[in-house]
Design a protein around this ligand. Structure first.
Ligand SMILES: Cc1ncc(COP(=O)(O)O)c(C=O)c1O
Length: 234
């Protein structure tokens, strides 16, 4: 069987890494400014992380979510404290796309509405709902077109408000910093206004911090990475 040909790959195969350095299979050393889409926040093969994984796998590597798991409770408590959101709930899942799918689903259950507002050039993942709110028709199949999504310009509060006034919007989703689009930081005043208009129109504001969260911008203020559901600001 061949690997499915998803997209073109860089011609490099890292086989070993430590901190901010990686080595390829020919033992060429690189300084890693990429970190796999900014994922390796703590550096490659951090000794604490390696030890914790080794210890755990030696004890028990997997069990389903239908049993008690005090490690999850401990993680939720620590993340709540670190991020300054001790009263929020943590939903654990496997990828950023899955996190966004679940955030959209929760927002829709909660409001009873279905339309989503997303921003021009946004990227939120490749699964059905997540790719539908991603502003890139090239990666959307006809199957993904059934979702009710409107894209508006970033930092345009009037455009958002005009859509919210129609009364059918379950959620507005925004990246803390637009990543795949380039590096575009939403204006602070726009974010503050966004929270106010969303509250006013009973719409959930979803902050997708999958690339920009988890302390990557310096402050550990918001929590969501590939493994954590984006925060629902209500
Ligand atoms: C802002 C944002 N949201 C969602 C995703 C999707 O995450 P995953 O690839 O873990 O599904 C990404 C991935 O790069 C991202 O940058």
């Amino acid at each position: 069987m061949n690997l499915f040909d998803v997209y073109s790959l860089w011609n490099i195969e890292p086989v070993c890494a430590k901190g901010c350095r990686v080595w390829d299979k020919d033992n060429v050393e690189y300084l890693d400014f990429y970190g796999g889409h900014a994922v390796i926040s703590i550096g490659h093969s951090h000794p604490t992380y390696v030890k914790a994984l080794q210890n755990q796998i030696e004890k028990i590597g997997f069990y389903s979510n239908s049993v008690q798991n005090s490690l999850q409770t401990e993680l939720a408590q620590k993340l709540g404290e670190l991020s300054g959101y001790p009263d929020y709930s943590l939903f654990l899942c496997n990828s950023g796309a899955e996190a966004n799918e679940n955030a959209l689903k929760l927002a829709s259950f909660h409001t009873g509405k279905k339309r989503i507002i997303a921003f021009q050039s946004a990227f939120h993942g490749r699964t059905s709902g997540a790719v539908a709110i991603t502003d890139n028709p090239v990666i959307q199949s006809p199957f993904n077109e059934g979702h009710d999504v409107t894209f508006v310009p970033l930092n345009d509060i009037d455009a958002v408000t005009k859509e919210l006034e129609k009364g059918d919007v379950a959620a507005v989703i925004i990246e803390g910093i637009q990543g795949i689009a380039g590096i575009f930081v939403p204006e602070t005043e726009f974010m503050q206004q966004l929270e106010i208009v969303c509250k006013k129109h009973d719409t959930v504001l979803i902050l997708d911090e999958i690339q920009s969260g988890y302390g990557r911008s310096g402050k550990f203020s918001l929590i969501s990475t590939s493994a954590f559901v984006p925060i629902l600001l209500q």
